[in-house]
Ligand binder design. Structure first.
Ligand SMILES: *Cc1c(COP(=O)(O)O)cnc(C)c1O
Length: 465
């Protein structure tokens, strides 16, 4: 399996190369050269498999010959062995045709663990025996990505991680999940600024070719193909349990950077009978405007109770536009260049119509979110988090006549205030997070300047040998 860039000008890589690179050198994103497919019989055969065996069957074609099947199985056993539920991603029935797929049983209580636990192991495996020195992961987080990434790489050989968060603007649970992890390769930085400022500093470091090469920078956000690959698995796992391939299944996905829902699109391309993918957004609705009217134009971000969806540019949307636009890297590079210059673009007819065959979108406001939380509590005795509630509200607006699965992306206890406001219930942290509030925190606070942050990293990271 080879990986090509959506902008057509970066070297073609194998799975190992695409995983270690993260972003392509032409500014594009890596995608498989062609979608592998599973036959109806192969999909039917998944119905009796454990999560780990499903993961091996679904991911093996993407991994190609960079890992043996046994090596891949070993990494999956290690990654998913840390989940608190034997099914890893269990389904819960809410009413006759609405279901929840619980993706928050990993160590940091958000769906990002499903992909990042595996990614941490892949990095370590691919760096073994490679003598170019450590990999330096640099990222910015508004909450969930930072804690999941830190948990996934803490103590792993050959990797240093520097995670920037906006000082005072992540929840206490989220901050403590990052800052109480004590491992010599984990470096938490609180930036005097907001999330966009932290993100811009990270981009500036990647764009500084000398710095980026010297410290071998790599990314763990969902531009990394390996993360999306790991998320394709649970679409298969859930759908076969609800009757696929005989029966079609729909999914509703709380969407920010378009990574999770793009994994559902990949599952459909691989042959899974997905009746519909509902792209659920909050009032930051650039994706809803793009999918319903072809208008991809970025506005200012409005902060909401669903911070992981407070986004005005969805990086992974580029992967969809590439696939629907005839996989023409030169044309897409032009289209994205136009967007980067003017913060606005129109989808082509092929992109707009192609998207409509798989995707439906909906934008849900704070009232719709609170109503969905109350409905889940009153009708199914389920306390759900605000992100999940946005997607459940969007799912309940559809008339699909097939089982509809809402992806439950975070444990409600990560967002206790919003849960309590909507339902009056207090969401308790599960026992497995332990004494989070007693553990000592470690982080440094820095000014939001390139010099302050790059000097800090240069003093602590291992240069390429
Ligand atoms: C990251 C996140 C999302 C958005 O997922 P994308 O892949 O960025 O679309 C939704 N809900 C929660 C809880 C998240 O942490």
């Amino acid at each position: 399996m080879r990986y090509i860039s959506t902008r057509g000008a970066a070297p073609t890589l194998d799975f190992r190369g695409a995983t270690l690179a993260g972003l392509a050198s032409d500014g594009g994103l890596y995608v498989p050269e062609a979608w592998p497919t599973l036959s109806r019989d192969e999909i039917a055969g998944l119905a009796n498999l454990s999560y780990v065996d499903t993961a091996v069957a679904v991911m093996a074609p993407f991994v190609g010959d960079t890992l043996t099947r046994d090596e891949l199985r070993g990494l999956c056993e290690q990654a998913y062995g840390r989940f608190a539920h034997a099914a890893v991603t269990p389904l819960k029935q809410l009413d006759h045709d609405q279901w929840l797929l619980e993706l928050f049983h990993g160590p940091t209580l958000a769906f990002k663990d499903v992909a990042l636990q595996l990614l941490g192991l892949l990095f370590e495996r691919f760096l073994t025996g490679d003598n170019e020195g450590s990999l330096t992961i640099v990222g910015a987080t508004s909450g969930d990505t930072g804690s999941a990434a830190i948990d996934a790489v803490a103590g792993r050989a050959g990797i240093d991680i520097f995670m920037l968060h906006p000082a005072g603007r992540v929840s206490e649970v989220q901050r403590r999940q990052m800052t109480t992890v004590r491992a010599p390769n984990v470096h938490n930085i609180a930036i005097r600024g907001d999330f966009d400022t932290a993100q811009a500093l990270v981009k500036a470091m990647f764009n500084d070719a000398g710095f980026s090469r010297r410290f071998r920078l790599s990314a763990v956000n969902s531009i990394n193909w390996a993360r999306l690959m790991a998320q394709v698995v649970y679409y298969f796992y859930a759908a076969v349990r609800l009757g696929a391939p005989e029966r079609e299944v729909a999914f509703s996905v709380p969407t920010g950077n378009f990574g999770d829902v793009f994994a559902g699109y990949v599952a459909a391309k691989m042959g899974l009978p997905v009746a519909r993918l509902v792209v659920a957004t909050n009032v930051n609705d650039i994706l809803h405007r793009a999918l319903s009217a072809g208008d991809y134009s970025s506005a200012t971000v409005v902060p909401t109770a669903t911070p992981s969806m407070d986004i005005q540019v969805s990086s992974n949307f580029e992967r969809l536009l590439f696939d629907l636009g005839g996989r023409d890297g030169v044309a897409l590079a032009g289209q994205m260049g136009g967007f980067e210059a003017s913060r606005a673009m129109r989808l082509t007819n092929a992109q707009h119509e192609g998207a409509a065959t798989h995707l439906t979108s909906a934008s849900v406001d704070a009232d719709g979110m609170a109503m969905a939380m109350r409905w889940a509590q009153e009708h199914a005795n389920e306390v759900i988090d605000p992100h999940t509630a946005i997607a459940l509200a969007a799912a309940r607006r559809q008339t699909l006549n097939v089982p509809t699965v809402t992806l439950a992306t975070a444990h409600p206890a990560k967002f206790p205030e919003a849960v309590e406001r909507a339902t009056g219930m207090s969401a308790r942290l599960p026992k497995r997070v332990g004494d989070l509030f007693e553990r000592e925190e470690a982080f440094d606070t820095l000014d939001a300047t390139f010099a302050a942050v790059s000097d800090y990293i240069a003093a602590r990271a291992t240069p390429r040998s």
